[in-house]
Design a protein around this ligand. Sequence first.
Ligand code: S3P
Length: 162
Amino acid sequence: MRTLYLIGFMGSGKSTVGKLLHEVLGITHLDTDQMVVEKYGEIATIFQQEGEKQFRAYETGMMKQTPDENTVVSTGGGVVEKQENRVFMKQHGFIVHLDSSYETIADRLGSDPERPLWRKNDSDKQQLYQRRKKLYSELADLKVVTDHKSPQSVVEEILGHL
Ligand code: S3P
């Protein structure tokens, strides 16, 4: 099967749903954040010492290593910022947008020190959320709303569309 790319805002469930899809479908699970951490170290430290631009370059490098078959990829929320990544995902796989409301995200994340872009003030975060939402929607082959749903039911919904 074609690779599944899970996209969506921070806290939308991409990592959890990716792990479950790996278990249910028996396909490889890759997590671009995890790949960056394994190769370059903690994300918050990269942002602090090398900046967001360098993090995006590392992230793009990892994205390019994802195979186009039998894999589910949990991406970082900002992977859609680079056109290069958008084109790559479109050409190599089936893109699923996990869509959560801003309220759900804020509830789930609270104040998370591991996510540098969630440390901004509320109005900046809302702006980022709105801008990204548009990018996710334009890119996705399938959108699944994840508010008030268990990861298992999100997975079932995705499976019903494959
Ligand atoms: C980011 C999201 C994070 C991580 C980094 C930047 C973003 O991944 O890649 O902190 O720009 O939205 P998650 O979406 O898994 O939190």
